[in-house]
Design a protein around this ligand. Structure first.
Ligand SMILES: C[S@@+](CC[C@H](N)C(=O)[O-])C[C@H]1O[C@@H](n2cnc3c(N)ncnc32)[C@H](O)[C@@H]1O
Length: 296
């Protein structure tokens, strides 16, 4: 595990994250309790200014606290009061280690009392090959293997699998932890680059334009009743993209909604008719680009 390497621990050492989701890292419900009882621990390793690994000999485990993503700073205050060992890490590496910890716990069922999901998710071959063909053509000039890509609403990872087959190494996220768990277990999603979160909270973890491209496959279904939610998801997700956004949807009406919204946010976009007599998914595509020279 990345976190073990970063703390200079052995693979056999058990390290748990205090909180059980990225969203909880914003509010720190468990962390606050642990900070109140921190004197019970036998070793303390501060990771930079705002993260702390505490070791309990009795339980033979490490617990990692961080307030890096929160507006309050209980961990930072605790580090100032404690005599700690020190480790320096860059914030991206720490985020990746946290993401991996959460993915592994999710796959191991640590967060679930009982799991009613069974079997592997279905990745229809015709959809995979159709997406592959379409993305190859549309993204050829915009992205390369080294591009930083985020996929929102990844579900169990069918689009992520296609992006990986095209040589990219995308980050992927979804609000539904069962879908993500199935995708991780099936190997379609990478534990080090996949997380569960409401996309509307993405700007709390990533800065504006921190990805080259943001994509979402079959976002929606979008209709009048849920447009206010999807609008927010698309606005927040797209704000993280530097030069490309791509969303596939079921209907032309949905693509038009996205095009109107994103045009108002400065995206130069087009709608692509990808429909066919047999296809159900990804029938309409919105592809938006930004003139990078204007934003620099
Ligand atoms: C129609 S499914 C598409 C899944 C997958 N991309 C695919 O192409 O098969 C839409 C996905 O959006 C996810 N979703 C809905 N609201 C979300 C939100 N607020 N944040 C992140 N994902 C969300 C759902 O959980 C679901 O997995």
């Amino acid at each position: 595990m990345l976190i073990n390497k970063m703390l200079n621990l052995g693979e056999e050492d058990c390290v748990f994250l205090a909180e059980e989701s990225l969203e909880d890292l914003l509010w720190l419900p468990v962390t606050r309790n642990i900070v109140a009882e921190a004197s019970d621990f036998d070793r303390a390793v501060a990771v930079n200014e705002r993260s702390l690994a505490l070791y309990s000999e009795a339980q033979d485990l490490w617990i990692l606290l961080t307030d890096l993503y929160s507006e309050s700073r209980p961990v930072m205050d605790l580090i100032k009061r404690m005599d700690c060992e020190r480790v320096d890490l860059n914030a991206d590496a720490l985020f990746q280690a946290i993401v991996e910890c959460l993915s592994v716990s999710l796959m191991e069922g640590v967060f679930c009392d009982n799991c009613e999901e069974s079997g592997v998710p279905h990745y229809p071959e015709d959809r995979v090959s159709g997406l592959e063909r379409m993305l190859k053509v549309l993204l050829e000039d915009a992205l390369d293997d080294g591009s930083r890509v985020l996929e929102v609403g990844c579900g169990s990872g069918i689009g992520t699998m296609v992006l990986r087959s095209l040589g990219m190494n995308p980050w992927a996220m979804d609000i539904d932890r069962c879908e993500v768990c199935q995708g991780l277990r099936a190997g379609a999603l990478d534990p080090r680059r996949t997380f569960v979160l409401d996309a509307r909270l993405l700007p709390r973890f990533f800065s504006t334009e921190s990805f080259d491209a943001v994509m979402g496959f079959m976002v929606g279904l979008i209709d009048d009743s849920n447009w206010h939610i999807w609008r927010d998801i698309i606005v927040k997700s797209s704000s993280l993209a530097r030069n490309t956004v791509l969303y596939t949807v079921y209907s032309k009406r949905e693509a038009e909604r996205l095009a109107d919204l994103l045009a108002n946010l400065g995206w130069d976009g087009r709608i692509i008719d990808n429909s066919s007599a047999t296809a159900v998914y990804d029938q309409w595509v919105y592809l938006g680009c930004k003139d990078i020279s204007k934003s620099q």
